[in-house]
Design a binder for this molecule. Structure first.
Ligand SMILES: Cc1ncc(C[n+]2csc(CCOP(=O)(O)OP(=O)(O)O)c2C)c(N)n1
Length: 467
């Protein structure tokens, strides 16, 4: 398509193409039905003619007879702001010369390298540490419980303890959490008890999901923690919708949505970011870039510089942080929350980390990555010991307190397992409740049928489920 600039400095369309530029001619002015204002070219000192070539037009090029025009000083007034013209055929490179820097506060030895971080009170720092240790302990013991066949499935957050706990610590209780599945620490921070975790894992009658979900699909109304869904990334558009609702209700709160590098390859991710940007929804997109989506490494996931660079493509302010540095994660989310709530804007945080455990109990990650690599991350970049070194130097923790803390938490987790295991399971009828007010005929038939099947083949069904 070629555009012609008339004496009245208006652009006229010579060969309109499809799209919103398909326009009507009106007094030599290009007026798009989709736009409130016509396109205009600014920066010209005198009226004259000019041709501009766009795309694959075959129209004959006529150079401007007035060579004095300084093309590069002209701008096109386009929706979204003025666009400078250039006579240089420059493609935007696929990558920046240097990768986006990663914000951190503590070095690998737990020494602060900057004062540019949110100040944390001693009590908050100790709760961050206590909850990181609790998460580690729960992961170790619940994982073993699955290996012993006591629960059917488990998934750890090993290596991502700082991401879980420090991000949660930077939020307010009115903020809504939309988790993926590797964020049980966020719920822990909010006060979900070890017993409540165990009840869900064992699917007993005290599980809020009434045993209808796989283990680790926690949810809690009380803690504004939306129930985990296995379908990767579906939580992203939900978080945007909820954030938009908070904005419409003029609430002083935001939503935060967690997802992995794998989740960023879904359509839901892109739809969510665009919606959030266009609707100015107060949502924090928190990507845990842990290097793997089960066995798929990030090098097979995308060619961009990680996930942080995608924010700008949608007009979203973004930051990359060291996910193994609790102080950096806390500070970034603390600032992101302020911006999201005060400015009513989405923010993208990409935390670089490493999934130091297997994907889940259904996975053996040494089949697709070197055991030494896993070991290195566990030993050299453990977020829990890094934070511990910092609080020890601050004088807030000593070895005796640390040892008591660990053994106390271990006892609590073991105790919770024993209690949860002994609890009755929810009755079979609970499978059919909570969706319909009046159960439809097909569900009633299924309910009868499942009872008959269990009675006929009792050896194939657990004995502790009331029929
Ligand atoms: C829509 C959808 N596609 C595929 C899967 C299978 N799946 C389960 S977890 C997972 C990997 C997700 O990786 P990532 O988002 O990076 O999170 P991580 O497990 O690393 O924390 C996949 C592909 C799924 N559950 N849902």
């Amino acid at each position: 398509m070629a555009l012609l600039l008339s004496k009245s400095r208006k652009l006229i369309c010579l060969k309109p193409k499809i799209g919103f530029l398909s326009s009507v001619y009106h007094n030599h002015t290009l007026i798009s039905p989709n736009l409130r204002t016509p396109f205009r070219i600014l920066g010209l000192n005198q009226p004259h003619f000019a041709y501009f070539r766009f795309g694959s037009t075959k129209a004959q090029t006529q150079l401007n007879p007035m060579h004095s025009i300084d093309n590069d000083s002209q701008v096109l007034d386009f929706p979204g702001g003025e666009v400078k013209f250039t006579s240089h055929l420059n493609f935007i490179p696929e990558t920046r010369e240097e990768r986006v820097h990663c914000y951190r506060v503590l070095d690998d030895d737990g020494y602060p390298i900057t004062n540019d971080f949110a100040q944390i009170e001693k009590e908050v720092a100790l709760k961050i540490y206590t909850d990181m240790v609790t998460l580690q302990t729960m992961d170790t013991i619940f994982y073993e419980a699955q290996r012993q066949g006591r629960i059917s499935f488990y998934l750890t957050t090993v290596g991502e303890e700082a991401i879980n706990i420090a991000s949660a610590a930077a939020l307010k209780t009115d903020d809504f959490i939309f988790p993926q599945y590797r964020e049980s620490g966020v719920l822990l921070w909010r006060g979900f008890t070890i017993q409540e975790f165990a009840n869900q894992l064992f699917g007993n009658k005290n599980d809020y999901g009434k045993g209808r979900q796989m283990p680790i699909h926690y949810g809690s109304n009380k803690h504004n923690y939306i129930t985990v869904a296995s379908t990767v990334a579906t939580q992203l558009p939900h978080a945007v919708g909820a954030a938009y609702a908070l904005k419409m209700d003029a609430k002083n709160a935001c939503t935060i949505v967690y997802f992995g590098d794998g989740g960023s390859s879904t359509g839901d991710f892109h739809a969510a970011l665009n919606f959030a940007a266009v609707l100015d929804a107060p949502v924090i997109f928190f990507c845990r870039n842990n290097g793997f989506a089960i066995s798929t490494p990030v090098s097979d996931q995308f060619r961009s510089d990680g996930v942080v660079t995608k924010g700008q493509g949608y007009g979203i302010r973004s930051i990359r942080v060291d996910g193994n540095d609790a102080l950096a994660v806390f500070t970034a989310v603390h600032e992101a929350r302020k911006m999201a709530v005060n400015e009513r804007k989405p923010i993208l945080v990409e935390a670089l980390t490493y999934r130091a455990g297997h994907h889940s109990t259904s996975d053996d990650s040494t089949k697709y990555r070197p055991a030494k690599e896993i070991e290195w991350w566990r030993r050299e970049r453990d977020p829990v010991s890094r934070f511990k070194k910092w609080i020890e130097r601050e004088g807030w923790l000593n070895p005796q307190v640390e040892s008591d803390l660990r053994s106390n938490i271990r006892k609590q987790v073991l105790q919770a397992i024993q209690v949860a295991e002994k609890q009755e399971k929810p009755p079979i009828k609970d499978i059919f409740t909570d969706v319909y007010d009046v159960s439809p005929a097909n569900l009633q038939e299924q309910e009868v049928s499942i009872r008959e099947t269990v009675r006929k083949h009792p050896q194939d069904y657990p004995t502790d489920v009331p029929v």
